[in-house]
Design a protein around this ligand. Structure first.
Ligand code: PLP
Length: 442
């Protein structure tokens, strides 16, 4: 199909995320992608500043990841997980148990981030029922969060940004504390700690769990907070028999400068959700991990009542294993195109890559602080954010970034990036220039 035909049919018939039908703005047609570059059908090449929504941490067509999928294809692409198991899933579970905070020992593999949040919530509800507390069935969170687009996750998204008004009377009513104060390095705010603690304590009798994105609130506003608030949540939830769920779907696998954002706080939640970068962005896969205590509580009652058709998909598990293996390798542009990789995730190659990108983002975005219309510039790990004093004109901002050779997807008043870890210094510099151009155009 020619590019115009693809774009034309797409616009008239194919839904895109958060889009009307037919689409308001035609999408760009991508023909292929290699390393950190997307190649458009018209031949233009764009550095991907979005890592395909936080997932493609090793870039595209990585030889090790391609080989993992191809090898697995030669064995089986899928078998049902009811009554059957296989090495890719078991290896992945073992790796996740080893890498995640100590105490998370049981792994539920599912299809997408939103579904893993559904499973985490189901775990919490069944756990409380298993302990004879069916009255503990509400959730608490803080404002500014995002946990996915299916119904229970939507109920804990930020009530304003999360389009709750569309769903009044449909979504379960959850408990919302104020958003955590801004700033990874900001001192803990005692008044906020008291508010948070009080919100959990006051509702303890009806609360199954507290769910938050640790350290970075992503699609709810790209805000960073002091990891100390996670320790506060750990203490108060434990004191009141309320489970603590960390949604690390966006933050997991090094993005914030720690392998998991929970590691910044040294906290083990009762349940943790992973997704996005789990497969290096190759295939859709997510996981909900829980502690033995949670697993016992659920199993006392019978079974965990969830079992998707594509649970534990072998192709996805195989590429996840390879992607996690690459995290230990020197994640440099050369490694992205070279054969083989160090599979020792403990070696921490990702950390050097994230540090390097963080330095590049800080240097490149610093000049935008104080620029007209810019209210904040913030960087944490391989995440760079420029906040404007107005809603971004998405079409204009995107076009300005594309003219600079970069793919960005701003939202609300935010232009942001989380580049693939294999982005070279020149790529990061180009991304920050494009963010500047997008801010001017927006
Ligand atoms: N939770 C967080 C923190 C996310 O950032 C996202 C996606 O952006 C989700 C959940 C939902 O994941 P998915 O889009 O794979 O359903």
């Amino acid at each position: 199909m020619r590019a115009e035909e693809i774009a034309g049919y797409d616009r008239a018939h194919v839904w895109h995320p958060y889009a009307p039908m037919p689409a308001g703005v035609p999408p760009y047609v991508v023909e292929s992608a290699t390393g950190v570059r997307l190649r458009l059908a018209d031949g233009r090449e764009l550095v991907d500043g979005m890592s395909s929504w936080w997932s493609a941490i090793h870039g595209y067509r990585h030889p090790v990841l391609d080989a993992a999928v191809t090898d697995q294809l030669g064995r089986m692409s899928h078998v049902m997980f009811g009554g059957l198991t296989h090495e890719p899933a078991v290896t992945l579970a073992r790796t996740l148990v080893a890498l995640t905070p100590p105490g998370l020992e049981h792994v539920f593999l599912c299809d997408s981030g939103s579904v893993s949040v559904e499973v985490a919530i189901k775990m919490a509800l069944q756990y409380q029922r298993g302990r004879g507390r069916p009255d503990k069935r509400r959730l608490a969170t803080w404002r500014g969060g995002y946990h996915g687009d299916t119904f229970h996750p939507m109920s804990v998204c930020d009530p304003e940004g999360g389009m709750h008004h569309l769903w009044t009377g449909v979504l379960p009513r959850q408990i919302f504390a104020p958003a955590p104060p801004d700033g990874f390095d900001a001192p803990l705010d005692d008044a906020y700690v008291a508010t948070l603690t009080d919100a959990v304590a006051r509702h303890a009798d009806e609360l199954a769990a507290v769910i938050v994105e640790p350290v970075v609130q992503g699609a709810g506003g790209m805000r960073f907070h002091n990891p100390g608030y996670l320790r506060v949540l750990r203490e108060v939830t434990a004191a009141h028999d309320v489970l603590l769920i960390f949604d690390e779907i966006a933050t997991g696998f090094g993005r914030t400068g720690a392998l998991f954002a929970a590691d910044h706080a040294g906290v083990t939640p009762d349940v943790m959700c992973l997704g996005k970068a789990l497969t290096g962005g190759y295939l859709t896969l997510a996981a909900a991990l829980c502690t033995p205590e949670v697993a016992r509580g659920i199993s006392a009652q019978g079974v965990l009542a969830h079992g998707p058709t594509f649970m534990g998909n072998p192709l996805a598990c195989a590429v996840a294993n390879a992607s996690i293996g690459l995290l230990g390798a020197a994640t440099t542009p050369a490694a992205a195109s070279g054969p083989g990789a160090d599979r020792d995730a403990a070696a921490g190659g990702w950390a050097a890559a994230v540090d390097r990108i963080e330095a590049g983002l800080r240097a490149g975005l610093a000049p935008l602080a104080g620029a007209p219309g810019v209210v904040d510039v913030r960087v944490l790990g391989a995440i760079g954010v420029v906040q404007l004093d107005r809603e971004v004109d998405m079409a204009a901002a995107t076009a300005a970034a594309v003219a600079e050779g970069v793919w960005l997807r701003p939202f609300r008043d935010l232009i942001y990036t989380m580049p693939p870890y294999v982005a070279a210094d020149e790529d990061v510099a180009r991304i920050t220039r494009a963010i500047g151009a997008a801010a001017l155009a927006a």
